[in-house]
Design a protein around this ligand. Structure first.
Ligand SMILES: C[S@@+](CC[C@H](N)C(=O)[O-])C[C@H]1O[C@@H](n2cnc3c(N)ncnc32)[C@H](O)[C@@H]1O
Length: 343
């Protein structure tokens, strides 16, 4: 198989993505006679061979989809040998480094080759990626994966400590990407690797102290337009909110409610009223996520809510709202970009 080209039907040795949900996917390599266990039961590889990519496949207790791998799907499902770059940072890197067909890119370290797959896709069909990794097994594994994914013609993997020995490349690269603990040791050699006509460089670092040192090094070596970015994703979930129509004063005389004394509410009554309603209204807000279950209008209206004095009522006002999730993926690292102009 090749991530550089597309074919229609699943073949033996293809790497496929099993899609059970947006947060439940697996990358597997198809082998005749093998079985993969999913949460919907066993999936026999023989049953997938010959099916069309994108089609639905049934397991004993449910179904899933077979997808052709893309760099984005690979990033979400690859075996982690290191920390990796995720699609949010990758998209900014690709744009800021001006990656396009025919570009030559130098990268270190290769790590789990998450970013490498996206770089290769951007520079196809006649660009080239030179990627450097000083951990021998990681370099070998990345090379195997590139071969497996039909990308070997577009990438050269070198096992090397670039901080100590440099890239040994001169005047070849349109862009350089560094994901190293001490990037400033590799920046002089990265500058040499860039084409004489100039180019862009990016260094990814998790700590601001690393960023400061890299910026100082870029400035000293004549790089310009030095800027650091942090990219964070905010996900929103679509929820159905059920509320009763506001009714601030109950007509039910048996229920506790603030009593008017003259023209003012009695303070103690008011406090008791607020506590009761606060407790009850906390129960009526968000009744379900539309991600997990489709609402019908009647289901929504049948869902009980509590009115403002604590009576259980049928919800009579509902709407959909985007709610930002309580837990969000946070800081991964800072991306520092710089430009080298021709002398
Ligand atoms: C965080 S990982 C890179 C992840 C990669 N960007 C990805 O998206 O999968 C950093 C890698 O740099 C490698 N590395 C660290 N220092 C190095 C050096 N001096 N020369 C080459 N590789 C180095 C490490 O072995 C590690 O695999």
């Amino acid at each position: 198989m090749s991530l550089a080209k597309y074919h229609d039907k699943v073949k033996e040795n293809d790497t496929v993505i099993l899609y059970l949900g947006y947060d439940n996917m697996h990358a597997i390599k198809i082998k005749k006679g093998s079985v993969f266990q999913t949460r919907y039961g066993a999936l026999r590889h023989n049953d997938i061979i010959g099916t069309t990519y994108g089609s639905r496949v049934h397991c004993p207790k449910g179904y899933l989809y077979i997808l052709y791998p893309t760099p984005e799907l690979w990033t979400s499902n690859l075996p982690h040998r290191t920390q990796i770059l995720y699609t949010t940072d990758i998209s900014v890197v690709s744009f800021q480094l001006d990656l396009k067909p025919g570009a030559v890119v130098v990268e270190s370290g290769t790590g789990s080759a998450s970013l490498s797959h996206s770089i290769i896709r951007s520079i196809l069909p006649d660009g080239h990626l030179y990627t450097f990794e000083f951990h021998k097994e990681r370099a070998q594994k990345a090379e195997e994966e590139f071969k497996d994914h039909g990308l070997s013609d577009y990438v050269t993997v070198t096992h090397k400590d670039v901080c100590q020995f440099g890239f040994d490349l001169e005047d070849v690269a349109d862009a350089v990407f560094l994901d190293l603990p001490v990037p400033w040791d590799a920046i002089p050699s990265a500058k040499k690797a860039l084409k004489k006509q100039g180019g862009r460089i990016c260094s990814f670092s998790p700590c601001i102290e690393q960023v400061q040192k890299s910026c100082a090094c870029f400035a000293e070596l004549g790089f310009e337009e030095i800027s650091t970015k942090e990219c964070l994703v905010r996900n929103f979930d679509v929820r159905t909110i059920n509320l009763p129509n506001p009714e601030f004063f109950s007509r039910d005389k048996t229920k506790s409610q603030p009593q008017k004394k003259g023209s003012r509410f009695d303070r103690d009554d008011m406090d008791a009223y607020s506590e009761e309603t606060a407790e009850n209204s906390a129960q009526c807000d968000i009744v379900e996520s539309s991600d997990t279950k489709e609402n019908t209008t009647s289901e929504v209206l049948d869902t009980p809510a509590w009115d403002y004095i604590g009576r259980k009522t049928a919800a009579n006002f509902s709407f959909k709202a985007g709610i930002s999730l309580g837990r969000m993926p946070g800081h991964t690292g800072y991306l520092t970009f710089a430009t080298l102009y021709p002398l």
